[in-house]
Design a protein around this ligand. Structure first.
Ligand SMILES: *[C@@H]1O[C@H](CO)[C@@H](O)[C@H](O)[C@H]1NC(C)=O
Ligand SMILES: *[C@@H]1O[C@H](CO)[C@@H](O)[C@H](O)[C@H]1NC(C)=O
Ligand SMILES: *[C@@H]1O[C@H](CO)[C@@H](O)[C@H](O)[C@H]1NC(C)=O
Ligand SMILES: *[C@@H]1O[C@H](CO)[C@@H](O)[C@H](O)[C@H]1NC(C)=O
Ligand SMILES: *[C@@H]1O[C@H](CO)[C@@H](O)[C@H](O)[C@H]1NC(C)=O
Ligand SMILES: *[C@@H]1O[C@H](CO)[C@@H](O)[C@H](O)[C@H]1NC(C)=O
Ligand SMILES: *[C@@H]1O[C@H](CO)[C@@H](O)[C@H](O)[C@H]1NC(C)=O
Length: 191
């Protein structure tokens, strides 16, 4: 599917028909997510126990900041726990969620909720197409509407969903992948 591949590489938001055969290729446990986009070459997803960020957790001024290790739960929910190698935050086993179509909010977040979704948020239906993370809407289409916004801290962006209606400067459309950036500087940097 060359058309799909080039769309993914330039990181456009998109809707794709779901195909269970390819979704099974994604990871199911103990994986990290990384954002790739213009000027963002594999920034790891972290949280302070509420909002989702990408970049270096150690650059955050919150003592609760830690990179997230994910497991796939019921209904393709994503459950996040801290990689507590360097810090020991108070949060654990949080449910990843994106704003739904009724929400005017944009930041992706984590909640304590054990329910499928909280008001204005969707906490299920996260599926991989290869190593790319998508959200499946109620119509069954896979959507990638991730974007990053610079934060007040260098090397830290907020992770957001669905830029429609967000006029903030500095938006970077990103893809989320379960693949860490290569440490080989000479390798392909388009992804
Ligand atoms: C997660 O993966 C790391 C390295 O890939 C491994 O050291 C660790 O034991 C794993 N943890 C769990 C709970 O599977
Ligand atoms: C989760 O629960 C803890 C303890 O009740 C609370 O301190 C924290 O703010 C909650 N986090 C979220 C994201 O709701
Ligand atoms: C982190 O720094 C930002 C900007 O300097 C500030 O707005 C925020 O309140 C700080 N957060 C904490 C937890 O200190
Ligand atoms: C957890 O963080 C440490 C320190 O950054 C890193 O070496 C380790 O690979 C991470 N573990 C996983 C499973 O990502
Ligand atoms: C994106 O946001 C727009 C404007 O708020 C809304 O109409 C649309 O339903 C949203 N789409 C998704 C997939 O959340
Ligand atoms: C983590 O949260 C999920 C869903 O909220 C729940 O089903 C599961 O039992 C929790 N796991 C632990 C170890 O608390
Ligand atoms: C969670 O939501 C998904 C899609 O919105 C739905 O298919 C599923 O049945 C729900 N699961 C529960 C336990 O409510």
């Amino acid at each position: 599917m060359p058309a799909l591949k080039s769309l993914l590489l330039i990181g456009l938001p998109m809707a794709l028909a779901a195909s269970p055969a390819v979704m099974r290729r994604g990871p199911t446990s103990n994986f990290s997510l990384y954002a790739y986009g213009d000027g963002i070459g594999g920034a790891q997803v972290f949280t302070t126990g509420d909002g989702a960020f990408v970049g270096s957790a150690s650059s955050s001024n919150s003592t609760e900041a830690a990179p997230v290790l994910f497991d796939v739960g019921t209904d393709n929910a994503l459950l996040g726990s801290p990689n507590a190698t360097e810090t020991t935050p108070s949060w654990s086993n949080l449910t990843f969620n994106v704003p739904d179509t009724t929400s005017s909010g944009h930041q992706v977040s984590f909640s304590n909720s054990t329910t499928n979704s909280t008001t204005g948020r969707s906490a299920s239906g996260f599926v991989f197409y290869g190593q790319y993370l998508f959200h499946q809407n109620t119509g069954g289409n896979l959507q990638s509407m991730w974007y990053a916004l610079p934060s007040d801290q260098d090397g830290v962006w907020t992770l957001n969903w669905n830029s429609t209606g967000d006029d903030t400067d500095g938006q970077v459309i990103v893809t989320l992948r379960a693949v860490a950036p290569s440490t080989d500087a000479s390798s392909d940097t388009t992804s």
